[in-house]
Write a new protein. Structure first.
Length: 212
């Protein structure tokens, strides 16, 4: 009998025990979020400054729910980055399923947003309420990435609460391995960290297309 589990109900231990996923902390495993990053233009920086200011303003009017996080932060970044244009397109609330081969477990869920190119999952994005930690959505994001039908390919993901962004790399194999970038905070003082978020987002997406 197949056991059905909702993706949002699982944790990292569950993924390790049932799917063999393993965290890699060696920086050499995931250098892509730091190396050869494209520049963000002055105009794009101005737009991202407005996104930052809008998010900080919204924090004064809680609760900031998932839909508001997407509308105020994630969607503008996708727009500024050109991810609504060819060769990319967006799907929202995409249903996914992940099945173990020997344990009869079916993990089901819906991805908040996908940036796609010709059916290749360039970037999986999971947005959470600003009151949540990004850690709360990490198992769900990894479960979605494991469900990628292109099983021999690496994939990249991003999880955000609107206030924090973390990038994820997953390499499938006999034992799936994943690694995380550092966290980028929207409201930290100094240079707007959304500049780095957009630059990394672009770079990982292009790498995914090239490797695909």
């Amino acid at each position: 009998m197949v056991q059905t589990v909702q993706a949002q109900a699982i944790d990292l231990r569950y993924l390790r025990d049932n799917f063999g996923i393993q965290l890699v902390t060696d920086l050499d495993f995931f250098p892509e979020w730091q190396e050869d990053l494209p520049e963000v233009s002055d105009f794009e920086q101005q737009l991202l400054d407005r996104v930052q200011a809008g998010f900080i303003n919204l924090l004064e009017y809680p609760p900031l729910l998932e839909d508001v996080v997407r509308m105020s932060v994630l969607d503008p970044i996708l727009f500024v980055g050109g991810f609504f244009l060819e060769p990319f397109y967006i799907r929202s609330e995409e249903s996914v399923e992940l099945v173990t081969e020997d344990k009869g477990i079916l993990v089901k869920g819906k991805i908040d947003a996908l940036v796609l190119k010709e059916q290749f999952w360039v970037m999986v994005i999971e947005s959470k309420r600003v009151t949540y930690s990004t850690e709360a959505g990490l198992p769900q994001l990894l479960a979605y990435m494991l469900s990628n039908p292109h099983r021999q390919k690496l994939s990249y993901g991003m999880i955000t609460t609107g206030g924090t962004f973390i990038f994820v790399k997953l390499l499938r194999g006999e034992r799936p391995r994943y690694a995380l970038s550092k966290g980028f905070r929207t409201r930290d003082p100094g240079e707007n960290q959304l500049y780095q978020v957009l630059s990394i987002f672009r770079h990982l997406s292009q790498l995914a297309i090239t490797n695909g």
